[in-house]
Design a protein around this ligand. Structure first.
Ligand code: IVH
Length: 679
């Protein structure tokens, strides 16, 4: 039995590594789950066989009383900063003076990830201890929490052919949350939200109950050896260190590069500064390191920073300005959301006038007051946000903020569920809500009525032409021509656009209803599982929560939605309007992509899950990584490194979203399937 347990662990460890570190799985999720299930079963049956490095132990352990202190085997240093290329050149001049003349220097540039330093101890290849940086001399022991990180190898190397580590190895890395994981996570958080990925990562790692950490989407990159004892000899350069760590199964930042001259490293770092939003994680700069470790060591330290490395910071994306007012927006389900009106300020070349304040507790937790100087952050495409007030410069005239007791649009009392942060306008007839609901119904991820924008929605509501989304299907061109800005053509386009949306699949109708927590992905799951709106409406909370990917919160929201007579009435009106309330059977829908395997990379116009569902509904298969079996790589903006390179190397056809549509249209008409050429 022990043999089988060991075998299973070895296999699971290897597949974990393929999946989480290489992002290149070679077995299906189902096959993986089967291995894990078998191992769990054996371990339940024979508890004496459970060991701390077993892949089953990532679920976390019961709470610790506090974090014990651990001394680091060598100081965990920090870095000096450079703001411009010339500061980096000056750094090089300074260190050149300390070295024998003409010492050749190579450099490695790595992203400086905004996370939390972790120190990982491995004895005989086994992860035995993990700690935070603390004061650099000693940190807090957070082994149980770190064990839950999927990318952290519990045993190295990841497969029997890997290089053998020395008997005692201590590695330094950075634990963090990717921007996408952070956004998803913060959305799911009902109570405390985090201001940024760094805080979320730090908060997650400092949980006394590691079962909580296990549920947080944490990632890891490793970049240095802190301590090395025994054979073989350690790598001689930083570049070899990264390669060696990678070979041992540690995740290493892909964007790291080696340069023979400093100018190359500076150019490379500046280039990342320009496109930092293409990185999946927040980086506040690049670290440029002397490649030869012996030389770096000889250079020694100044204060707590090594002379052999420097942080080349990206330009700031935060600035401070005055908070002029706090106003409230009414969302489609009546959620009242506060936003900031700011004294205009330029951040990274863009003038910012408004910023999100997330929710009312966010304002209270940070004690944000009207009139405060506030730190505003703008990153890429995301809505600018208020990080917090600068309390030191308060004059005393700032006014604390009280959340509204009434809806700012319809004036009806606002409500808040006891356990939730949000406040709602519960007036189903509130015009602001109706406008948002119509906007949502017509949006791209739902019924995709491109001729119905927000301005039109406002007009329709103000004129009393629609009282709910189903009324849209009753609109006639005559009703519209008198509206401001509506000539005959525009009226006809709107009516046609609405009529055409009857063809949208059931899952999109479901998305369009705007049930809380039911976005495109959940709608697709529910549509597939229940097959019709009537079946969904009849489902109990338990039946709903049983569907994979649907939790109790979603289940409750769905049941609650259908409980309301008003909503049932909308459903009946939609049925009469001829909108699809039944899932099309897979066979009924043409399967133009049958037999084709797709991989998706980069940012697309819709969430990746949606594009994947779209492809699968047309018979295609979507996998997470490129292999010889991949037919097409679908590319969005800023395509990711590994998939793109691998596809290029294998000669896999690359297409954008438009070509994907064309491909579906072409093959639907029965034309021969062709592999589009590489662009
Ligand atoms: S090297 C002696 N490399 O940035 C080694 N640091 O102020 C010094 N960081 O606290 C650190 N990514 O947590 C290094 N690729 C990277 C890094 C990195 C992030 C963090 C690290 C440190 C801070 C430096």
């Amino acid at each position: 039995m022990l043999k089988r347990v060991k075998e299973l662990r070895e296999q699971i460890r290897y597949h974990n590594y393929r999946y989480y570190v290489l992002a290149d799985p070679i077995i299906s999720d189902g096959e993986y789950d089967a291995l894990l299930r078998e191992l769990r079963q054996l371990e339940t049956q024979y508890p004496e066989l459970v060991s701390p490095d077993s892949p089953t132990q990532r679920a976390g352990a019961p709470p610790a009383a506090e974090f014990p202190r651990v001394e680091h085997p060598a100081p965990i240093l920090s870095l000096d900063n450079a703001a411009a290329g010339d500061d980096v050149r000056a750094w090089r001049e300074r260190i050149a003076k300390l070295l024998p003349p003409n010492t050749p220097l190579g450099f490695v540039a790595e992203p400086k990830i905004d996370g939390l330093t972790v120190v990982l101890h491995y004895r005989e290849g086994l992860f035995t201890l993990g700690a935070t940086r603390g004061d650099g001399v000693a940190g807090e022991e957070i082994t149980a929490n770190l064990r839950t990180l999927r990318q952290l190898p519990l045993r190295i190397p990841p497969h029997p052919d890997g290089p053998l580590p020395p008997p005692y190895l201590v590695v330094r890395g950075e634990a963090f949350m990717t921007v996408a994981d952070f956004e998803r996570f913060n959305q799911q958080q009902e109570e405390k939200t985090f201001a940024n990925p760094r805080n979320a990562a730090a908060g997650s790692l400092r949980q006394l109950d590691s079962r909580i950490t296990a549920r947080r989407p944490l990632s890891l990159f490793c970049y240095a050896v802190v301590y090395w004892e025994g054979e073989p000899a350690p790598p001689a350069t930083q570049w070899e260190t990264l390669q060696y760590l990678q070979a041992l199964g540690f995740p290493v930042a892909e964007a790291s590069r080696r340069f023979d001259d400093l100018e190359g490293a500076i150019r490379y770092s500046e280039a990342w500064g320009e496109k930092r939003d293409a990185l999946p994680y927040e980086a506040d700069g690049m670290v440029i390191k002397v490649d030869e470790l012996r030389v770096a060591e000889e250079l020694g330290t100044v204060g707590r920073a090594p002379r052999g490395a420097i942080a080349f910071k990206f330009p700031a994306r935060e600035a401070t300005t005055r908070l002029l007012d706090i106003r409230v927006n009414v969302g489609r389900i009546g959620t009242l959301t506060p936003y900031a009106v700011l004294e205009p300020i330029s951040i990274g070349g863009v003038t910012v006038r408004r910023a999100t304040l997330h929710n009312f507790p966010y304002i209270a937790e940070r004690d944000i007051r009207v009139g405060d100087r506030v730190v505003v952050k703008r990153a890429g495409d995301v809505i600018p946000q208020i990080v917090g007030p600068v309390k030191d410069v308060r004059s005393g005239d700032e006014r604390p903020y009280e959340p509204p007791t009434h809806c700012p649009v319809c004036g009806e009392p606002a409500d808040s569920a006891p356990e939730e942060v949000a406040r709602y306008c519960v007036n189903a007839a509130c015009p602001a809500q109706l406008v948002r609901r119509i906007g949502h119904f017509a949006s791209r991820g739902a019924m995709d009525i491109t001729t119905l924008g927000e301005k039109t929605a406002i007009q329709l509501v103000e004129e009393g032409l629609v009282q709910d989304v189903a009324d849209l299907y009753r609109l006639q061109a005559e009703d519209l021509v008198d509206l401001e800005g509506f000539a005959e053509k525009k009226a006809a386009n709107l009516v046609d656009g609405i009529a055409a949306s009857r063809e949208q699949p059931f899952s999109r109708v479901l998305t369009g209803l705007g049930i809380r927590h039911v976005g495109a992905t959940v709608a697709e799951l529910l549509a597939r599982h229940f097959g019709s709106l009537d079946a969904l409406a009849a489902a109990t909370e338990d039946e709903l929560a049983d569907v994979a990917g649907v939790g109790p919160r979603i289940a409750e929201a769905v049941v609650e939605w259908f409980r309301r007579p008003r909503h049932r009435q909308i459903v009946e009106k939609l049925r009469q309007a001829g909108v699809r309330l039944v899932q099309e059977t897979e066979e009924a829908r043409p399967q133009p992509l049958a037999g084709l395997a797709f991989v998706i990379t980069g940012t697309l116009s819709r969430p990746r899950e949606d594009v994947a569902a779209w492809i699968e509904a047309r018979g295609g298969k979507v996998t997470g990584s490129v292999s010889a079996k991949t037919d097409y790589l679908v590319i969005g903006e800023n395509p990711g490194g590994t998939k793109y390179r691998k596809a290029a190397a294998l000669g896999v056809a690359m297409i954008d979203e438009a070509r994907l549509q064309e491909l579906t249209a072409a093959t639907t008409k029965g034309e021969q399937q062709l592999r589009l050429p590489l662009e």
